[in-house]
Design a protein around this ligand. Structure first.
Ligand SMILES: CC(C)(COP(=O)(O)OP(=O)(O)OC[C@H]1O[C@@H](n2cnc3c(N)ncnc32)[C@H](O)[C@@H]1OP(=O)(O)O)[C@@H](O)C(=O)NCCC(=O)NCCS
Length: 338
């Protein structure tokens, strides 16, 4: 894992918008988050820092990596993706680099893609990264306070390798989506939608061609920032999280009591507590670190996994369940035998 050094507390946010430490902690559990160095760090560079540690712990070198999968919703460039920037920054061979755009469930989706390549015997050392630099694109005005108090920056990475032991590693992954709710948590502009799917998502200047992708009117109205219907996300998340965890457990003949650690995407502490209650899990079975980092989207699961491992909570043979839900909506789980 890699998180920027700069700690941004809830009180720091009150300098920019009408909010309070009490409101944020009560609704989300978040006390502070990290914000990247504005010009010195990018989504890719943070991913590279996490990747260096993962590669070293795997006992290999960047030249041994034979495939890169990079999950993010805050890429350095609109295109090309961050995967190729990692390939360049880490001086890797001319290997494949794939970017995954599944927001909060991006890391589990990326892990699932990597798992298929490992199972098929195509690749032997796959680097999977989840990284976000939310601080750069968020709106720090009161109008967006329900979004901007939640998110933080950071990165996590893992190296996937094959094993001969059928009872170890990734036992199964489960991926889902429901595009009916695509506009509930989204960043529409700049984009090519032209209000096709829904009226009023963007105001265009009166151009026949050109200046459509990003207009002055859009920027003036703040339509170039993420929007979220928080209560709608909450309602769906508390149903889909337990469902997708149970799907993974059922598939492999386990029950919630067998889980050593559930590592949920760190969306909101209240969501994780609700899921814990639904699944009747003890406190020591659920990893929560959103208090320190906020919601780091594609980075949150590898970050929480890394911290749990560093704290000695993840031992060989442990049953670990990763689960995520977020924008799309997409949701996913992975069951691992460490
Ligand atoms: C975002 C979330 C914390 C908002 O909490 P909520 O109780 O649903 O709040 P609402 O959006 O209904 O707003 C309630 C009030 O708080 C206000 N409010 C919103 N954000 C605020 C903030 N940061 N500070 C102070 N007040 C705020 C609203 O303006 C509203 O005021 P009003 O009643 O006067 O209109 C909550 O909906 C949530 O966590 N949803 C899930 C979001 C999530 O997990 N997203 C990531 C998915 S991966």
């Amino acid at each position: 894992m890699y998180v920027p050094a700069n700690v941004f507390t809830n009180d720091d946010l009150t300098k920019y918008m009408d909010t309070s430490d009490e409101w944020i902690q009560e609704r989300t559990g978040i006390k502070e988050r990290r914000f990247a160095n504005r010009f010195g760090e990018t989504t890719t560079t943070m991913g590279v820092e996490a990747a260096k540690i993962a590669i070293e712990r795997a006992g290999i070198t960047p030249q041994d990596i034979d495939f890169i999968i990079f999950a993010t919703l805050s890429p350095d460039y609109y295109f090309p993706g961050c995967g190729v920037l990692v390939q360049r920054a880490m001086k890797m061979k001319e290997i494949g680099a794939l970017d995954v755009r599944n927001q909060c469930s991006g890391f589990v989706y990326a892990l699932s893609v990597g798992d298929q390549f490992i199972r098929s015997g195509t690749y032997k050392n796959i680097l999977v990264i989840g990284s976000e630099k939310h601080s750069f694109a968020m709106d720090f005005n009161t109008r967006s306070r329900n979004v901007s108090v939640i998110f933080g920056d950071g990165a996590g990475a893992v190296v996937l390798q094959p094993t001969e032991d059928a009872n170890r590693g990734i036992l199964s992954t489960h991926l889902h989506s429901d595009g009916d709710n695509a506009e509930i948590l989204a960043l529409f502009n700049p984009g090519t939608h032209a209000n096709y799917w829904k009226e009023g998502l963007a105001d265009y200047d009166n151009a026949e061609i050109g200046e459509l992708f990003e207009s002055h009117a859009m920027i003036e109205k703040g339509q170039n920032h993420a929007t979220m219907d928080g209560p709608a996300v909450f309602k769906k998340a508390i149903v889909k999280f337990p469902e997708v965890v149970m799907e993974a457990l059922d598939k492999n003949g386990y029950s919630p009591a067998d889980i050593k650690l559930l590592i949920p995407h760190q969306a909101n502490l209240r969501i994780s507590q609700f899921v814990q209650q639904q699944l009747k899990l003890r406190d020591d079975q659920v990893v929560n670190n959103i208090q320190k980092y906020g919601n780091t989207t594609a980075a949150s699961i590898p970050l929480a996994l890394c911290e749990a491992w560093q704290e000695g909570k993840v031992k060989e043979g442990d049953l670990i369940c990763l689960a995520a839900f977020g924008s799309g909506f997409t949701w996913a789980s992975a069951l691992l035998k460490w």
